[in-house]
Each structure stands twice: as structure tokens, then as C-alpha cells.
Design a protein around this ligand. Structure first.
Ligand code: FES
Length: 95
């Protein structure tokens, strides 16, 4: 199975995410990094991050209460709703 390298911008820490798992599930296996764990369903907004580099696939609807269209254009997403499609650099989402 394909795996992709995930890098936390703040620390430079790297780990690998399988192509069939959400970024949040992968982060949980790797001590969470800059993200909080919540509902895993796209509704609570706790797992908000910003993707700085890399391709990803949005496989679950994100609540507009937490992620605006403008946010999405800037790579601000809910980690429980995306899967990597290549190496990704991720950081804490701006408030
Ligand atoms: S964990 Fe609740 S929206 Fe991602």
C-alpha cells in the first residue's frame, strides 16, 4: 500500500500516512502533532489544520461552520476529512 510522508512545519517531525487513512487518524497514531482529536466526522472543527504543501483528497464534507470556502482555498481543512495523495507539510491552522 502506498504511504506518504507527512511533515509538521513547527517541529520538522516526519511520519508516514497510508493512502487509505485520514490525516487525522494518521496524526493520532503519531502523537497528534499540532492537532486536537474530536468527532472524526467533520462536525466539531477541532482538527483544523493548514496544508502548506502537497496534494490531498477531500473524502468527507467539512462543516461550513468551521471551514469557509476562503479557508479551503488557503489549504485550511479538517484533518479528519482528507487523505494525502502525496507528501504533505502541515501546520496549525490560523485562528
Ligand atoms: S475531529 Fe471533529 S471535525 Fe475533525
Amino acid at each position: 500500500m502506498q504511504q506518504y510522508e507527512i511533515t509538521y512545519k513547527e517541529t520538522g517531525d516526519k511520519f508516514y500516512c497510508k493512502e487509505d487513512e485520514s490525516l487525522l487518524a494518521c496524526m493520532r497514531r503519531n502523537n497528534n502533532g499540532p492537532v486536537q482529536i474530536g468527532c472524526f466526522g467533520g462536525g466539531c472543527g477541532r482538527c483544523k489544520v493548514q496544508i502548506l504543501e502537497g496534494e490531498y483528497h477531500k473524502f468527507k464534507k467539512m462543516s461550513r461552520a468551521h471551514i469557509s470556502e476562503e479557508d479551503e482555498k488557503q489549504g485550511i481543512v479538517l484533518a479528519c476529512c482528507i487523505k494525502p495523495r502525496g507528501s504533505i507539510t502541515v501546520t496549525t491552522a490560523p485562528n
